[in-house]
Design a binder for this molecule. Structure first.
Ligand code: S3P
Length: 431
């Protein structure tokens, strides 16, 4: 299904943004490993997360959704699934589940996914897990069979910084009493650490000169609890980007996760001159939430160094669109990881910007964008099946001189079901 967006005045109002994807996967997987009931509110009901819910059920864990859209899991020992575990488009589901099964002695599962996921590297999780004693049949790509084992310890240096790799190791480490630590010269998102703490696991985080060290403590037993998930800053990035680039706009997102390891995009937007207001900050389940409002204001170019990328790794398509409308030459460095996301995002961004008449270039792992207040648009974008590429270029279309069409839009449902509806309610001409 194609979709097109066209400038039609300001976007204004409150944007309904669903729950955070990273936290949703973790809540299901960790809740399923905990003793007793875990009740999750605000779970993202997207295709990626529903794939994780189905996977958990295939391990024999009871999982129910009630009328209030709350999900309840009765955690405990996992069985082995009757067939392959299909993680759909989700790297987080695949990598975290591989970690979980690897540490469960006597369990066995084959993990697979769609064609995009089957082309993404898994060695980054299987290699450190093998050092802990995990056993796999397969190579760097899915499908991969995991044979659970009693694992030993590890002190893993998380380079390049990956929250998925860190989480796979910590989750695998729950089943052993051997020393398990992850050292991060550059911090990656810490939702696993926070949620493990909420579930009663003994986990220490030490900030030192060499970076962060995360260590599992003596008591690694998880106890079910209530988990409430905030709105996803990576999804909110699209309606809030629209507010930042469409003149006259004013958009509010309530209850957004503002964990500092996730807000890099918003910090850069502010440096570019965006008018961003945070109110009603509160702590829910160990995570910081806030209401975030952006009102349109002219943007200027930005300079972003590699060490800042992990805090905005999924927002680079949105940031690239902001840079297209920002006066001057923007430089974003350290984007190698973008080549192994749901698509080669660096390639997709440069091709999309060029098609829209924006002067941009890839220089090694860096992206240079020459922005101006007026962008031509009038383009048809190849999304390469990537949800965030589709949303970013549709938003570009809302501020461009001519319409922007994307070749596919169904996959937006992997992270932001209701995106089109949410944008239309703000007054955006997308359809
Ligand atoms: C995620 C971590 C990031 C991010 C992905 C979700 C997570 O990947 O791109 O969308 O939930 O841990 P890496 O950990 O591979 O950087």
């Amino acid at each position: 299904m194609k979709l097109a967006a066209e400038a039609d005045g300001a976007v204004r109002g409150e944007a309904a943004v669903p729950g955070d994807k990273s936290c949703s996967h973790r809540a299901l997987i960790l809740g399923a490993m905990a003793d007793g009931a875990t009740r999750i509110t605000g779970l993202l009901e997207s295709e990626d997360v529903l794939a994780t819910a189905r996977a958990i059920a295939s391990f024999g864990i009871a999982i129910d959704r009630d009328g209030d859209r709350a999900w309840t899991l009765r955690g405990g020992p996992w069985g082995s699934p009757p067939g392959p575990v299909d993680c759909g488009n989700s790297g987080t589901a695949a990598r975290l589940l591989i970690g979980a099964i690897a540490g469960m002695e006597g369990r066995r599962a084959t993990v697979t996914g769609d064609s995009s996921l089957r082309s993404r590297p898994m060695g980054r999780v299987t290699l450190p897990l093998e050092r802990m004693g995990a056993r796999f049949i397969g190579s760097d790509r899915l499908p991969l069979t995991v044979e659970g084992a009693r694992l030993g310890g590890i002190a893993h240096r998380n380079e390049p910084p990956s929250a998925q790799v860190k989480s796979a190791i910590l989750i695998a480490g729950l089943g052993t009493s051997a020393p398990v630590s992850v050292i991060e010269p550059v911090a990656s998102r810490d939702h696993s650490e926070i949620m493990l703490g909420e579930l009663g696991c003994d986990i220490m985080v030490d900030e030192g000169k060499a970076g962060r060290t995360i260590t599992l403590g003596r008591s690694r037993k998880l106890q079910g609890c209530e988990l409430a998930i905030g709105a996803d800053p990576s999804s909110a990035a699209f309606p809030l980007l629209a507010a930042a680039i469409v003149p006259g706009s004013d958009v509010l997102v309530r209850g957004m996760l503002v964990n500092p390891l996730r807000t890099g995009f918003y910090e850069v937007l502010e440096e570019m001159g965006a008018d961003i207001e945070l109110t009603n900050e509160r702590i829910v389940g160990g995570e910081i939430l806030a209401d975030v409002r952006i009102r349109h204001q002219a943007l200027r170019a930005c300079q972003v160094g590699a060490a800042r990328i992990p805090a905005m790794v999924d927002e680079i398509p949105a940031l690239a669109v902001a840079c297209a409308f920002a006066d001057g030459e923007s430089l974003i460095e350290g984007l190698a990881e973008l080549r192994v996301k749901e698509s080669d995002r660096l390639g997709a961004i440069i091709a999309g910007l060029t098609a829209c008449g924006v002067v941009a270039a890839v220089d090694g792992d860096s992206l240079r964008i020459f922005g101006r207040a007026s962008v031509r648009g009038n383009a048809s974008i190849l999304t390469r099946g990537d949800h965030r590429i589709a949303m970013a270029f549709l938003v570009l279309g809302l501020a461009a001189q001519g319409p922007v069409e994307v070749d596919e839009a169904e996959m937006i449902g992997t992270s932001f079901p209701g995106f089109v509806d949410t944008m239309q309610r703000l007054g955006a001409n997308i359809g």
